[in-house]
Design a protein around this ligand. Sequence first.
Ligand code: FES
Length: 117
Amino acid sequence: MLYKVKKMERVLVGFVDDFDDSVPESVEINDKLILVVKIDDKFYAVDAICTHQEVELTDGKILRFEGKCPQIVCPAHLGRFDLCTGKAVYKPPKKPLNTYEVEINDNQVFIVILDSD
Ligand code: FES
């Protein structure tokens, strides 16, 4: 049997109340910019750089939909990404954003980073 072990790290990025509703914040973890958004007390974390032309999404607008996952709109060419799956849902971007698990523990917000090295 061959097993591939992934190293998991939980990185503290702030406290729940540090994040305003629907206001994207970026945090840098291992030289990678990650976007963290709190919407209705639920947290989402995705890559903070658009896969179209590498524009930062921190200034992107959040779109909310009744009963559906919210999206972020890239400020450059209005491409859109689903915040649950990272999928590009409106052109021009075609490639998805990476998504990250967010854990809340004792009012602290952690991003879970998996490293297969
Ligand atoms: S850089 Fe994001 S849509 Fe073009």
